[in-house]
Design a protein around this ligand. Structure first.
Ligand SMILES: Cc1cc2nc3c(=O)[nH]c(=O)nc-3n(C[C@H](O)[C@H](O)[C@H](O)COP(=O)(O)O)c2cc1C
Length: 216
């Protein structure tokens, strides 16, 4: 399936059925994790068959029901850790979607993860993973003009990139990012907001993977 179609099919799923992830699918995801870690120095991990992480989530908003697998986004504390984990976390989310699995980014509504966190490292976020009892629903979008400087003269690839960006998950659907096209190049910033640096990595991945253009 084409990447844009995978993005269209992906929604946050907060309720999971009792079906283990098959070994072949685990292998694909584990291999991607290994490659990312080697390439970036991150310490991403996938924890399977461990329901405790989501059991403490007693707050009403976004309780994650029945999740027993999760991707743990871990890396050395640094200025760009949030953005980097957002970028590579979303790469894994879209691969999971392609494999017929469902996901939800979870910053708040969870307990302690079982990830191995070395001294100097931290967990920026986790992503629940498994077979959903539903496929989720589309989120509402801000007006395109609020999130980028698109106009009649913008190239088609910028429009396509922004379509992909607007399909991306962001914390509490805040969409606190801004993309600027100028002189053939595109840049993006995170506006002030909780987890907006993680969001920035996520939306940059959407833009770059669909257009093949680098976002500064
Ligand atoms: C960094 C980040 C943190 C999130 N944290 C939570 C959370 O703690 N609990 C939850 O239920 N959803 C969480 N979400 C999911 C968002 O609410 C969701 O992505 C957004 O509402 C858009 O919906 P969609 O993913 O279905 O497109 C988080 C998303 C992101 C990107």
């Amino acid at each position: 399936m084409e990447l844009l179609e995978i993005m269209k099919a992906r929604h946050s799923v907060r309720s999971y059925i009792d079906r283990p992830i098959e070994p072949e699918k685990r292998e694909v995801l584990n291999k991607m994790v290994e490659e990312i870690n080697q390439e970036t120095g991150l310490h991403l991990q996938i924890i399977y068959e461990e329901p405790e992480c989501f059991k403490l989530a007693l707050i009403h908003y976004g309780i994650i029901k029945g999740a027993r697998n999760y991707i743990c986004l871990v890396g050395k504390k640094s200025k760009d850790l949030e953005e980097k984990t957002g970028y590579y976390g979303e790469k894994l989310v879209l691969k999971a979607q392609e494999l017929g699995l469902n996901t939800c980014w979870v910053a708040l509504t969870r307990g302690k993860s079982q990830a191995k966190v070395n001294p100097g490292e931290k967990v920026t976020c986790v992503i629940s993973l498994g077979y959903g009892s539903n496929q989720g629903t589309s989120h509402k979008n801000k007006d395109l003009k609020e999130v980028c400087n698109i106009d009649a003269s913008s190239p088609d690839w910028f429009k396509l990139g922004m379509e992909a960006v607007q399909l991306a998950p962001t914390a509490v659907n805040q969409q606190k990012y801004y993309f600027t096209y100028a002189f053939g190049e595109v840049s993006a910033i995170a506006k002030f907001g909780m987890y907006s640096k993680i969001d920035l990595g996520i939306v940059k991945y959407h833009f770059e993977s669909v257009t093949g253009r680098k976002v500064k």
